[in-house]
Design a protein around this ligand. Structure first.
Ligand code: SAH
Ligand code: SF4
Ligand code: F3S
Length: 464
């Protein structure tokens, strides 16, 4: 759906604020999809006449874009709200909260009871209502709650202000139908629905024209792109783009784009056509994020991941055989209910065998409303932390070993800009997403440059 009516409120707010210098601050707490939503919120706020500030004291409007995938995200929001309350009392700052956490009724209750000073609450399905909600809140000087429990439509045509000028994220689908038993995402983001191929291609072409070099395709389960629509008969295999593999092939042809990445695919949907598209498309980076979650077939079953340890390892083997220069990254959860020492050893075993380029490690966090939260056999915090530390140690050893292998090699590095910590250096990334810094030279930003790696440091490499 193309937004139109909602966007009329952009001008209405702008008129209302006319002449007054207004600033906004945004705090983004979640994943890349959440960040992409924040870029749209920034786009809307800037159209309304707000300018961005990183300084809470200067802000007339503070927006929180929340996440609820783990408990620490919640703690962060409630901690910050205390700070912002003081600002509101002193300066009349408007406070708006949106994002995934607002789709959880118990959180909204808590907000209304303990943080009644919040002005606007909106959810994942009502992002595009933000200008209207803000307008009504300012005009009526009242509290607005705008939440929908249904699966929102795909919204096209929102203004956007992007965080980078070289690389950009493009959401290709919303929602998730997998219902992994630990995960809150399907409840707060709704059912899986894909954007139309033509809308995605138009966005990527526009980015290429603006000089963007790298795009990351986003979705909770990207390799089931258009699956629901195929089942519903809305898309047929006769159409050029009817699947994730065909989408990759089409984007690979767009001139100006040099690199294509995507997160996250699901191992169960990693079909041969996807593997072949990755192999054939020279712009698709050969670092693939393949979320393992656990190495124990028993735990995987309890998690409803729909693959076993052996199937995961076989998939890795097949991908390694078919895709030259493949590297892998992954997500792992430790301390899922009933995870035994033996189960955890299975996870370590897979990590030892696959030698991931990067491992994002998480301690299992109980989420209200998910099946795993109701399971008996929750693991004591102390054991979860011990296992986390053991996994971390193994991962760090592997990363060090991997880093050493880079030294002396030539890597193609997309230069993203000046190093934030040292202005005499430029920073960029390899195909495998490793950060590389190199001495500054004019005219290199936005280019893919071959660099010789001269030294390694835990989180980055140095090149010449
Ligand atoms: N759709 C993506 C990402 C989902 S959220 C995927 O399936 O890979 C990102 C990661 O957070 C997950 O991969 C998982 O490792 C982690 N995660 C999700 N729910 C969690 C929970 N309740 N406790 C701890 N980690 C969790
Ligand atoms: Fe959550 Fe699983 Fe969906 Fe990923 S695939 S968002 S982990 S339910
Ligand atoms: Fe968090 Fe929502 Fe992303 S719960 S991980 S911000 S989809």
């Amino acid at each position: 759906m193309q937004v139109k009516e909602e966007l009329e409120y952009l001008a209405k707010v702008k008129n209302m604020l006319a002449g007054k210098a207004q600033k906004y601050m945004i705090l983004t707490m979640g994943c890349q999809l959440n960040e992409n939503d924040s870029e749209k919120l920034c786009g809307m706020m800037e159209e309304m006449g707000y300018t961005k500030t990183e300084n809470l004291e200067d802000a007339n409007l503070v927006v929180f874009n929340t996440c609820c995938v783990r408990e620490n995200a919640e703690d962060r929001l409630f901690g910050k709200l205390g700070e912002v309350k003081k600002q509101k009392e002193q300066n009349g700052t408007i406070i708006a909260i949106g994002g995934c956490m607002m789709q959880e009724p118990h959180i909204v209750e808590k907000l209304k009871k303990s943080y009644p000073f919040v002005d606007v609450i909106f959810g994942t399905h009502t992002l595009h209502h933000f200008p209207k909600d803000l307008y009504e809140s300012i005009q009526k000087n009242g509290k607005i709650q705008d939440l929908l429990d249904i699966d929102g439509e795909i919204i096209e045509g929102l203004p956007i202000v992007r965080d980078h000028s070289i690389k950009a994220s493009v959401t290709i689908m919303n929602g998730c139908n997998n219902f992994c038993t630990y995960c809150i995402v399907p409840y707060v983001r709704g059912r899986e629905r894909s954007r139309k191929p033509e809308d995605i291609l138009a966005e990527v072409k526009e980015l290429a024209e603006k000089g963007y070099k790298e795009i990351t395709l986003l979705g909770q389960n990207v390799n089931s792109y258009l699956r629901v629509e195929r089942k519903q008969g809305l898309v047929s295999e006769e159409q050029e783009i009817h699947s994730f593999a065909t989408l990759l092939r089409a984007i690979n042809k767009i001139e100006g784009i040099e690199r294509i990445r995507f997160v996250s695919p699901h191992p169960k949907d990693f079909t041969d056509d996807v593997i072949e598209a990755i192999r054939d498309c020279e712009k698709v980076c050969k670092l693939i994020h393949l979320p393992l979650q656990s190495g124990s077939s028993k735990v995987l079953k309890e998690m409803n991941r729909q693959y076993t340890k052996e199937q995961f390892l076989n998939l890795v083997k097949k991908m390694e055989e078919k895709i030259p220069n493949l590297t892998l990254s992954t997500d792992i959860i430790v301390g899922f209910p009933n995870e035994t020492e033996e189960d955890f050893e299975d996870t370590l075993d897979v990590v030892r065998k696959v030698k991931f380029e990067q491992v994002y490690m998480f301690i299992y966090s109980r989420r209200v409303g998910t099946p795993a939260d109701k399971m008996e056999g929750q693991i004591p915090e102390e054991i979860k932390h011990q296992r986390f530390d053991r996994l971390k140690k193994l991962v760090e050893e592997q990363i060090e070993e991997k880093n050493q292998k880079y030294v002396g090699t030539i890597q193609n590095v997309l230069i993203e800009g000046e190093s934030k910590t040292n202005p005499e250096y430029l920073t960029g990334r390899t195909d495998s997403n490793k950060v590389v810094i190199c001495p500054k030279q004019e005219g290199r930003i936005g280019k893919v440059i071959p660099l010789k790696i001269v030294s390694e440091h835990m989180w980055y490499l140095k090149g010449e």
